[in-house]
Design a protein around this ligand. Structure first.
Ligand code: HDE
Length: 697
């Protein structure tokens, strides 16, 4: 702003003083600094931002107050329609670096120029809830990346699960209507545990593979930095000769995979609605940049013809054991957006945004998506010029003859806005290096049909289930029991158990028992025979958990009288592991430790429960522990840490709390002095403990 502001600032502060003096208040202004004048959107300096224009001091507000009207009108229009799905999201800037060239397969520079760093924006989201919903419901995570390549924007709009519920885009509105809040009552928000979702699912056998994934711990991640990402559909890569190769895209987190346990996810939702977003923010602020490997599965039509499933069916994945992953690059997220609305909210992803050398397949879900996203951006952002919003604009030159429209920001020059033309020497023209579609031969009868090769709905669901560890199988069975127990209609519960019989008889009977079903229903007729597929350990979550404390967080509970030496040596040992530490105390003002000094804390006990940490240490004097033993927040701190399978380090003083929490120590509960044992236990979860504290299906 160039407007000279000294006079205005004087008037401005006078008016604040007037207001606050009248209200009996005290003024606190930030000292120093050169503040530009506050202006209207027309650049008019505002002398009073505290009072609207009134006919007299106690009189009515005048319509004449154009400053009030401009401000309120703008405010009234601050929201744009939230995304119909994936409304709740967290966005971060970063870059992609290619480490191995795919030159043999594609002309896309982003996949052939090793070492080039391509800027990108990533948005990770939940699917079902509104934009203000909590971060930790059981839900699929959207994983969308906009690469600003030299050849145009490439949007890889994927999920953290490699398959999807449905085989045809025409079913998407039905699926989403079934999962969203029920339309007559407006709840539940952000949950699959209700009748309409399971009604639709029980009548849609093609969803069974996805059902196994969403009932697994993949949908309750510990951190957005600890999820995988998948492009889901097969795409095509096209090389210089025009030959095309099929490709599936994968993201693998450097920190490995980790999930929460269900009870923990539920309690996190209460303790910190923004848990995952905040965790990502804090990691970026601390310079602890999340990183993923980028990998591809490449295969030919001839190879695809040998697969025991159709890779164009989005309810199927290609096991890594069948087509190994080739790591070709990495993504690093290193910059938080400046403004949530301008970037995270206004970013517009479209699977149709590709670059030369990348092309689509006939996956019917992908084909539908190619239409839907552009349409949705028009409705959400309100203008075909959404590409001009900085977060959406390509970072390479772009030019065409599209003109005008709502909120046009460009001012094209010259009289030519068409092509071909003979009047302009420098207007944009077609380029031989531009986008080409794969020359695919299409033949056959037109019709609303599904291929026979899409008929097998259970084999990969079964493969997923038998690939899991016994702990994870129990979590899947228990999640099904939890969700179906929230379904009022018995016939829906019965229909779901009937489907499970095709996946695993063991799973079906565990769920039936958990639901208290009187008798086992008969399995529905399967459209294709269920094939026995070999287990694929790559489908586990626990198997992909890393033996590290990097990226994890430890909470240390202290109170007046806690031993400062024990606290310090714990902190020192934990810091070396790369974990972050938060000290929790009964009062935010700190605690007086054994050295007689007041030590700061990072969180107050009631507002910082143990669900926010991966492991906890309790360092309390006998006196401190006695005081806390009548404090339910302290007892819950320990009981929940134990119940969520976390390591607990505790000193002698704290034993009284263990007893109060009814905990019988196991190998995950160690003395504070045994720092090494604590760190080893903290790197994992005590899965063996679970059977002693919870009835799993
Ligand atoms: Fe989406 N999806 N989707 N989807 N999707 C949207 O676009 C749609 C599907 C995915 O962070 C919408 O901008 C249809 C699969 C992500 O901004 C909408 C079908 C996968 C995001 C839409 C699918 C996704 C969206 C809503 C079935 C994984 C969030 C707002 C044919 C491969 C992107 C928007 C962001 C968002 C349509 C299925 C991923 C309505 C019709 C499969 C990550 O256009």
């Amino acid at each position: 702003m160039s407007i000279e502001n000294s006079k205005n600032s004087k008037i401005h502060s006078d008016s604040i003083e007037n207001t606050l003096t009248a209200a009996g208040g005290e003024l606190h202004q930030v000292a120093g600094g050169e503040h530009p004048s506050l202006t209207t959107n027309q650049g008019l300096a505002i002398s009073d931002n505290q009072n609207s224009l009134k006919a007299n001091a106690k009189g009515p507000v005048l319509l004449e107050d154009f400053i009030l009207r401009e401000k309120i009108t703008h405010f009234d229009h601050e929201r744009i329609p939230e995304r119909i799905v994936h409304a709740r999201g967290t966005g971060v800037h970063g870059y992609f670096e290619l480490t191995a060239s795919l030159q043999k397969y594609t002309t896309a520079k982003i996949l052939t120029e090793v070492g080039t760093k391509t800027p990108l924006f990533t948005r990770i989201s939940t699917v079902a809830g509104g934009s203000g919903s909590v971060d930790t419901p059981r839900d699929v995570r959207g994983f969308a990346i906009k690469f600003y390549t030299q050849e145009g924007n490439w949007d890889l709009v994927g999920n953290n699960i490699p398959v999807f519920f449905i085989q045809d885009a025409i079913k998407f509105p039905d699926l989403i209507h079934a999962v969203k809040m029920e339309p007559d009552r407006g709840f539940p928000q952000s949950a699959t545990a209700h009748d309409t979702f399971w009604d639709f699912i029980s009548l849609t056998p093609e969803s069974m593979h996805m059902v196994m994934w969403i009932m697994s711990d993949r949908t309750i991640p510990r951190s957005l930095r600890m999820i995988e990402g998948f492009g889901v559909h097969s795409f095509r890569l096209i090389n210089e000769n025009g030959d095309s190769t099929f490709v599936k895209f994968h993201w693998r987190p450097k920190l490995g995979l980790q999930s929460t346990v269900w009870d923990e996810a539920v309690k996190i939702a209460g303790a910190d609605q923004d848990f995952l977003r905040r965790e990502m923010f804090e990691a970026i602020e601390a310079g602890d940049f999340p990183e993923w490997e980028f990998a591809v599965q490449l295969f030919t039509q001839a190879e695809a013809d040998q697969f025991p499933f159709d890779h164009l069916d989005p309810t199927k994945l290609i096991p890594e054991e069948l087509v190994p992953l080739k790591v070709i690059g990495r993504m690093v997220l290193d910059r938080w957006p400046n403004n949530f609305f301008s970037e995270t909210e206004q970013v517009a992803f479209c699977p149709s945004h590709v670059v030369p050398g990348i092309d689509f397949t006939n996956d019917p879900l992908l084909q539908g998506r190619l239409f839907s996203y552009l349409d949705t951006q028009l409705s959400r952002l309100g203008s075909p010029n959404f590409n001009q919003i900085p977060i959406n604009a390509p970072k390479c030159p772009f030019a065409n003859h599209q003109r005008d429209g709502h909120m046009q920001m460009d001012q094209p020059t010259g009289r030519v806005a068409y092509e071909p033309n003979s009047l302009s020497k420098d207007s944009p023209r077609e380029s031989p290096k531009g986008f080409h579609s794969a020359a695919v031969n299409e033949s056959g009868d037109k019709g609303r049909v599904r291929p026979e090769s899409f008929a097998d709905h259970y084999s990969q669901a079964r493969q997923f289930f038998i690939s899991q560890t016994t702990y994870e199988q129990a979590h899947i069975a228990s999640a099904l029991v939890f969700e179906l127990s929230k379904v009022d209609h018995l016939h829906i519960r019965v229909a779901m158990v009937a489907h499970l019989l095709h996946i695993s008889k063991d799973l079906a009977s565990r769920v039936a028992r958990g639901l208290g079903l009187a008798e086992m229903p008969a399995a529905p007729k399967a459209a294709a025979e269920v094939q026995e597929m070999p287990p694929s350990p790559a489908l586990q979550t626990i198997g992909k958990m890393k033996d590290t404390l990097q990226g994890r967080s430890i909470g240390i509970l202290i109170a007046d009288g806690s031993d400062i030496t024990a606290v310090n040596s714990l902190k020192k040992a934990i810091t070396k592991t790369g974990a972050s530490i938060k000290v929790i105390g009964p009062k935010i003002g700190g605690a007086k430790l054994s050295d007689g000094a007041i030590h700061a804390v990072d969180g107050q006990l009631a507002g910082t429960p143990s669900v926010l940490f991966d492991a906890v240490a309790i360092v309390l004097s006998s006196e401190g522990a006695k005081t806390l033993s009548t404090e339910s927040a302290a007892i819950d701190f320990i009981r929940d840490a134990f119940g969520h399978l976390k390591a607990i380090a505790i000193d002698n003083g704290g034993q009284v709390l263990l007893a109060k929490a009814g905990i019988i120590a196991d190998k995950g509960v160690v003395n504070v002095a045994e720092t090494e044992a604590f760190i080893t236990a903290a790197k994992t979860r005590q899965f063996d403990r679970e059977k002693s504290i919870r009835t799993l299906a």
